[in-house]
Design a protein around this ligand. Structure first.
Ligand code: GTP
Ligand code: MG
Length: 581
C-alpha cells in the first residue's frame, strides 16, 4: 500500500480531470444499462402491445441515449488519456531526474538497455494500472450494480441463475489468467534481453565488426528472438484455447438462460421483451466478471514493474550536497590529496594512502603502468566518487563540503574518449557553458584549433553530428572537447590524455590546443606521451595505487626507478597503445 501511495503526488494534480473522466465513464455505463432496458420494452411494444405511437417515442429516446452515451464516451476516453499521459510524463521525468543524479558507481554496474527498459516499458505498465484500470473498475461497478438491480426487479429466479453462472465463468478466466500471467512476465524479461542486445551491438559496433563477431551476434540475437517467439506462441496457444473455451461456456450459459427464460415466457410469467433484455444484460455482465481476473493479473505485473522502478528511485544519491555544504567562491585552484584511500565496492583498495598537492596554476602529470589507479585519481578529484578514507581538498576545503554544482563549475574534464551529443557542433561546444554567446564559442573554437576544420564542414558550426559524432575524426573530437573546456573556463583542468595515437599533424594541433587550454590553470593530467610529460611542472609516478616517485623528468630519470624503467623501455609510449582507462 505504501508503495502505491508514492504515486499520489503524480496523480493528485490530475484528480479533477480523472474525476470528470470517472463521472463520464459511469454515465456511459448507466446509458448502456438504460439502453438495454429500453430495448426490452421496445420488443414488447412490437410483439405484445403493438403500439406504433409509443414505439416512435421510444425510438427517439433510444437515439437520444445513444448520442448521449457517445458524447460521454468521447469525453471519458480523451480525459483518461490526458490524465494518464500526464501522470506518466511527470513520473518518467521524476525517475529520469533521479537517474542522472546517481553516481558513477551505479552506472558502472548497469546496462543502458536495462535502464531504458525501466524508464520506458515499466513506467508504461504502471501508468496503465494507475489511470485506465480505475476507470474500468468504475464502469464495471456501475454495470454490475445496475445490471443486477434491473435483473432482480424483472425476475429474481432468472437473476439467481445468471449470478451462479457468471462467477463460474470468472473462475475459469482466472485459471487461464494465471497461466497467461506467467507467460507475460517471461515475455517482458525476454523483450528486455533483446533490447539490451540491440543496444550493446549498436554501442559496440566497431568491436563487433573488427572482431568479425557479426555472425555470433546474429546468432545470439536469433536465439533471444526465438526464445521470445516461443514464449509468445505458448501464450498465444493458451489464449486461443481460452477464447474458444470461454465462447463455448458463454453459449452454454446463454442456452441455459434462453431455455429457462423461454419456459417462463411460455408459462406467461415473463414478457418476451424482458427475456430479450435479460439475455442482453447477461451479455454485458460477462465483461466485468471476466475482467476481475485480468485486473488481478495486471496488478501482479505492475508489482514487478514497480519493484524495478522503485529499486532505481531508492538507490541513494551517494554523491550529493551535504546539508552544510557551501558554494565555492571563485577559487585559486589549489588541489590536495590527503592520505586518500579508495576501493571500488568491497574490493581491496585501488588507491592506498595517496597524498600529494598541486599549487594553483601548476601542471602535474600522472604516469604509471596500466591499472595503477590514474583514472581513479582523476575520478576522485572530479568527485565522481568519494574517497573511502582521507580527503580531497580544493583550496583547503574538503570537496565533500562544497556544493556539487559549484565544484563541478570550477572543473573541466577532457576525457580520453570525447562524447559528442546528437545535435550541431555549435551546441556540442556550447555544452561547456550553455549561456555562452556565439562570439565566445567561435573564440574558444579558434583557440582549440577547431575553427578551421569546422568552417570547411558542409554547414559549418550548424553541421549535425550523428549519435556519438561518428562523422568527426579522433583529433577533431578532441579539439571539440578542448573548445568545450575552454568555453567553460575552469580553474582546474583534468586531462585524461587519449591513448589512441594521432598522426603528427593532428597531434600537433591537439597539443597546441592543450597548451592554450592549460594556460593559467591548475592541471592534473594522465599523460601517455613524452611531449605532454615534458610540459608538466612535476610528475607523479603511480604504482599499484601508491605514489612511489615524484619530481621533474630529469631528476626522475636519474633516480633510475620505475619512471626510468617506464621511460627507457619506452613503455610510456607503449601504454599509449595498449592502455585503457
Ligand atoms: P590505465 O587507464 O589502463 O592506464 O589504468 P589506470 O591507471 O587509469 O587504472 P584505473 O584507475 O582505471 O584502475 C585501477 C584499478 O581499479 C584497476 O585494477 C581496475 O580494475 C579497478 N577499477 C577501475 N574502475 C573500476 C570500477 O568501476 N569498478 C571496479 N570494481 N573496479 C574498477
Ligand atoms: Mg585510465
Amino acid at each position: 500500500m505504501s508503495q502505491w501511495s508514492r504515486f499520489l503526488p503524480f496523480i493528485r494534480p490530475q484528480m479533477v480531470i480523472m474525476a470528470c473522466a470517472g463521472v463520464a465513464v459511469m454515465g456511459v455505463a448507466a446509458c448502456n444499462l438504460v439502453l438495454i432496458r429500453l430495448a426490452g420494452s421496445l420488443w414488447d411494444l412490437i410483439t405484445v402491445q403493438k403500439d406504433l405511437q409509443q414505439l416512435t417515442t421510444m425510438v427517439w429516446m433510444f437515439i437520444g441515449l445513444v448520442v448521449g452515451q457517445g458524447v460521454l464516451s468521447m469525453g471519458h476516453s480523451y480525459m483518461t488519456a490526458l490524465a494518464s499521459q500526464r501522470v506518466m510524463a511527470d513520473f518518467r521525468t521524476h525517475v529520469f531526474s533521479h537517474l542522472h543524479r546517481l553516481s558513477l558507481k551505479f552506472f558502472a554496474k548497469r546496462r543502458t538497455g536495462e535502464l531504458i527498459s525501466r524508464l520506458m516499458n515499466d513506467v508504461g505498465v504502471i501508468q496503465n494500472l494507475l489511470t485506465e484500470t480505475p476507470m474500468d473498475v468504475l464502469k464495471h461497478v456501475v454495470t454490475i450494480i445496475g445490471g443486477v438491480g434491473f435483473l432482480l426487479a424483472m425476475n429474481w429466479r432468472l437473476c439467481v441463475l445468471i449470478l451462479i453462472l457468471l462467477p463460474l465463468l470468472a473462475i475459469i478466466a482466472r485459471l487461464f489468467g494465471k497461466r497467461l500471467k506467467a507467460f507475460s512476465t517471461k515475455i517482458q524479461d525476454q523483450t528486455a534481453k533483446v533490447t539490451i542486445l540491440i543496444e550493446e551491438v549498436v554501442s559496440g559496433i566497431r568491436e563487433v565488426k573488427s572482431f568479425v563477431q557479426g555472425k555470433r551476434e546474429e546468432a545470439r540475437f536469433r536465439t533471444a528472438v526465438e526464445g521470445l517467439l516461443s514464449t509468445t506462441m505458448q501464450r498465444a496457444a493458451v489464449l486461443a484455447v481460452f477464447v474458444s473455451f470461454i465462447t463455448f461456456c458463454t453459449f452454454v450459459m446463454a442456452s441455459a438462460v434462453l431455455w429457462y427464460g423461454g419456459k417462463q415466457v411460455i408459462e406467461g410469467q415473463l414478457s418476451p421483451g424482458d427475456l430479450f433484455a435479460f439475455v442482453l444484460f447477461a451479455g454485458i455482465l460477462i465483461g466485468p466478471f471476466g475482467s476481475v481476473a485480468r485486473i488481478y493479473s495486471q496488478i501482479k505485473e505492475v508489482q514487478g514493474a514497480m519493484a524495478r522502478v522503485f529499486e532505481l528511485l531508492d538507490t541513494p544519491l551517494d554523491i550529493q550536497d551535504s546539508p552544510n555544504s557551501r558554494p565555492l567562491v571563485p577559487i585559486r585552484g589549489d588541489v590536495q590529496f590527503e592520505e586518500v584511500q579508495f576501493a571500488y565496492e568491497e574490493r581491496p583498495p585501488v588507491l592506498d594512502t595517496v597524498s600529494f598537492s598541486i599549487k594553483a596554476g601548476e601542471c602535474v602529470a600522472l604516469v604509471g603502468p596500466t591499472g595503477a589507479g590514474k583514472t581513479t585519481i582523476i575520478n576522485l578529484l572530479h568527485r565522481f566518487y568519494d574517497p573511502t578514507k582521507g580527503r580531497v581538498l580544493i583550496d583547503g576545503h574538503d570537496a565533500r563540503s562544497i556544493q556539487l554544482d559549484s565544484l563541478y563549475g570550477q572543473l573541466a574534464l577532457v576525457p580520453q574518449e570525447t562524447f559528442l551529443f546528437g545535435g550541431t557542433i555549435m551546441d556540442n561546444i556550447r555544452y561547456g557553458r550553455w549561456d555562452a554567446g556565439e562570439a565566445d564559442i567561435l573564440e574558444a573554437s579558434r583557440r582549440a584549433n577547431a575553427h578551421d576544420f569546422i568552417q570547411v564542414l558542409p554547414e559549418g558550426y550548424e553541421t549535425l553530428l550523428g549519435e556519438k559524432g561518428v562523422n568527426l575524426s579522433g583529433g577533431q573530437r578532441q579539439r571539440v572537447a578542448i573548445a568545450r573546456a575552454l568555453l567553460k573556463d575552469p580553474r582546474i583542468l583534468i586531462l585524461d590524455e587519449a591513448t589512441s595515437a594521432l598522426d603528427s599533424q593532428a597531434e600537433s594541433l591537439v597539443q597546441g590546443a592543450l597548451v592554450e587550454l592549460m594556460k593559467g590553470r591548475t592541471t592534473l593530467m594522465i599523460a601517455h606521451r613524452f611531449s605532454s610529460i615534458q610540459r608538466a611542472d612535476r610528475i607523479l609516478v603511480l604504482h599499484r595505487g601508491t605514489i612511489i616517485e615524484e619530481g621533474r623528468h630529469g631528476a626522475l630519470l636519474e633516480k633510475r626507478g620505475l619512471y626510468h624503467q617506464l621511460y627507457t623501455l619506452r613503455e610510456v609510449e607503449g601504454i599509449a597503445v595498449v592502455g585503457k582507462s
